[in-house]
Design a protein. Structure first.
Length: 116
C-alpha cells in the first residue's frame, strides 16, 4: 500500500536522559576548570591582588561535587555508557583533587626558591 504522506510526517527528536546527564556533567566540569584558568590568569597578571588557592578550592568544589553526582547518576542501564560517562567523572574528580596538586606545586616551588 502506498503511503503518500510519509514524507510529510515529522520525526520527533528525542534526546535521551543519559545523554543530557552526560552533557550537563561535562558543562559543569568545564565551568569548574574555567574558574581555575581564570585564577591562573589572574595569578600571572596581577599576583598581588589575586586570591589564594583556598578561594579557588571553595569556588570549584560545588562544580566538582555536582559533576561527580551527575556522572554517577548517569551510570544506569547500558554498559556502553560506562566509558562515555567516565570522561566527566574523571574531569570532576580531577577538579576536586586539583587544589591539593596546586598547593603541592606551590610548596615545592617556594622551597626551591628558598622562600620558606
Amino acid at each position: 500500500m502506498a503511503r503518500p504522506l510519509r514524507n510529510l510526517w515529522r520525526d520527533r527528536v528525542q534526546v535521551r536522559r543519559r545523554h543530557r546527564t552526560w552533557v550537563q556533567a561535562m558543562v559543569i566540569a568545564s565551568f569548574g576548570w574555567g574558574v581555575w584558568w581564570v585564577l591562573f590568569l589572574w595569578w600571572s597578571v596581577a599576583p598581588e591582588s589575586a586570591p589564594s588557592i583556598t578561594v579557588g578550592r571553595w569556588l570549584t568544589l560545588p562544580f566538582a561535587t555536582l559533576g561527580i553526582v551527575l556522572s554517577v547518576w548517569g551510570f544506569r542501564a547500558k554498559s556502553s555508557w560506562l566509558l562515555l560517562l567516565a570522561v566527566p567523572l574523571v574531569a570532576s574528580v580531577a577538579l576536586a583533587l586539583a587544589p591539593l596538586v596546586f598547593e603541592g606545586v606551590a610548596r615545592a616551588q617556594s622551597q626551591a626558591l628558598g622562600l620558606r
